[in-house]
Design a protein around this ligand. Structure first.
Ligand code: 5AD
Ligand code: SF4
Length: 464
């Protein structure tokens, strides 16, 4: 470590996009001498990378800031300075209010400002309270460094790669169009380059990220424009890249080419996160989802025809303003019809500044809670059945990291289930067949196949 190196601690809240962004912030700060550290206690710069999607996210940030203030004071007592920064979506939404309420915060910046970070930190070091929540016209992707030393150190068998940011859909419950701004797609060539570099560093599985990832439409390498289906084909051509995934998608943007990619690109894993939010047309219209229940069901049918072994995951919101008991039952019925391998479900949480927050007929919290319990019981049951259905089959597993027990490794199945298996650490980073022997609520347990299994292979075919 050089004498000039400084320590950076980043605490990440929220989605995978934020996890990726935290890496990008570290990348942007590496040339300024910042090296990431695992604990805030000795950090020269603490960044809280925040999420604003639901509930008292902002409150959580203020209590975290309080904790960090203690560290700042202790270090100051020892003659060292610590800068505290609030980044991400709460920063974007609250802006100056954060510095007003918590003067201990030195720096507030939104998701569009990461490439300006060294300059912003420089200003904060000179004692200025810096707030940067502008949405500049230029493409922030253009300014982000590629594979920095930080990224090289952290590249593992699986990696995230942001291909698209922002959202133009304006669902009436959602802050993303306000905090992340308009949809921006990265050019295909830049994505391909980053993917190639990751694969050279040992990555075997890439998950393409975007708030509305399947709305991606980027400049094609030879001119013209590609959609996500075409991009997946191109990525699948990278030697050594064994698995592809993408998240999160909107039903409206599942075009024919993308559905066909699920049939034609073997590297594309048979697992799709396809949020529907509600199973009731009236509520979907109030949410401005721009699809009906029947559109979603038809889409699921077409995707299953293209890739019969596909497993689905979804997002659901219960208790959106105006949702009554019958509407909620529509959602339950849709869940029963579709059958999910896994899902996320939430109580509606009014977000300031979104149309939903001021709609009439807000649903009382007890009712929202009670509906959420019922929905989650059903989804848990489906996930349990799905996991149980894997027992006795063989699944290809990408081994990612050592397990909790000595001699054990943990990997992911095609359906994103963590799989625990006794295997030699030399197999890390490889895709191997695992005989699944046991299912837990959230993970699977298996063993490596033995020669006698070869006579009798059992492979998963259809899910529901
Ligand atoms: N209240 C509850 N859930 C929400 N989500 C987004 N905004 C809200 C909100 N205001 C959920 C949606 C989305 C997921 C990322 O978070 O289900 O798909
Ligand atoms: Fe939010 Fe997704 Fe709707 Fe965009 S499509 S507004 S990110 S829920």
């Amino acid at each position: 470590m050089t004498a000039s190196s400084k320590k950076l601690f980043v605490k990440t809240f929220g989605c995978q996009m934020n996890v990726y962004d935290s890496g990008r912030m570290a990348d942007a700060l590496a040339p300024a001498g910042f090296v990431r550290t695992e604990t805030p206690d000795d950090a020269d710069l603490i960044i809280l990378n925040t999420c604003h999607i639901r509930e008292k996210a902002a409150e959580k940030v203020y209590s975290e800031v309080g904790r960090m203030r203690g560290i700042k004071q202790a270090r100051r007592g020892a003659g060292q300075e610590t800068l505290i920064a609030v980044a991400g979506c709460v920063a974007q939404a609250e802006g100056e209010e954060i510095v007003r309420r918590a003067p201990v915060v030195d720096l507030v910046f939104g998701p569009q400002a990461y490439h300006r970070l060294p300059a912003l930190v420089g200003r904060a070091q000179r004692g200025e309270a810096v707030v940067d929540t502008d949405f500049p016209a230029e493409d922030k992707f253009d300014h982000l460094p590629g594979a920095s030393p930080e990224r090289i150190r952290t590249a593992g068998p699986t990696a995230f790669l942001t291909i698209q940011e922002g959202c133009d859909k304006f669902c009436t419950f959602c802050v993303v169009p306000y905090t992340r701004g308009a949809e921006v797609s990265r050019p295909a060539a830049a994505i391909m380059d980053e993917a190639r570099r990751l694969v050279e560093l040992g990555t075997r599985e890439i998950t393409l990220l975007g708030q509305n990832v399947n709305a991606w439409h980027g400049a094609a390498p030879g001119g013209g424009e590609w959609g996500l289906g075409r991009l997946l084909h191109a990525l699948a051509g990278i030697d050594g890249l064994e698995r592809l995934r993408y998240t999160t998608s909107h039903p409206r943007d599942m075009d024919d080419e993308l559905i066909a990619a699920h049939r034609d690109v073997p590297q594309l894993m048979p697992f799709l996160h396809l949020p529907v939010q509600s199973g009731c047309d009236r509520v979907l219209a109030l949410m401005n989802r721009r699809h009906r229940r029947s559109d979603y069901l038809r889409l699921v049918d077409r995707i299953r025809k293209a890739r019969p072994d596909i497993a689905l995951s979804g997002d659901f919101i219960v208790g959106f303003p105006g949702e009554d008991e019958v509407d909620f039952e529509d959602t339950m019925e849709l869940v029963r019809d579709v059958g999910y391998a896994q899902a996320f479900s939430f109580k509606y949480s009014p977000r300031p500044g979104t149309p939903g927050a001021t709609m009439e007929d807000q649903v009382p919290d007890e009712v929202r809670g009670e509906r959420l319990n019922r929905l989650q019981a059903l989804l848990r049951h489906q996930q349990h059945n799905f996991n149980e259905g894997c027992v006795g089959t063989r699944l290809p597993v990408l081994l990612e990291r050592p397990g909790r027990k000595v001699g054990q490794l943990v990997g992911r199945s095609p359906y994103l289930q963590p799989v625990n298996v006794d295997a030699d650490a030399a197999l890390l980073g490889e895709v191997i067949e695992v005989v699944i022997e046991e299912a837990g609520p959230n993970s699977l347990f298996g063993r490596l196949p033995q020669v006698r299994d070869e006579a009798n292979p059992v492979v998963m075919e259809s899910r529901f």
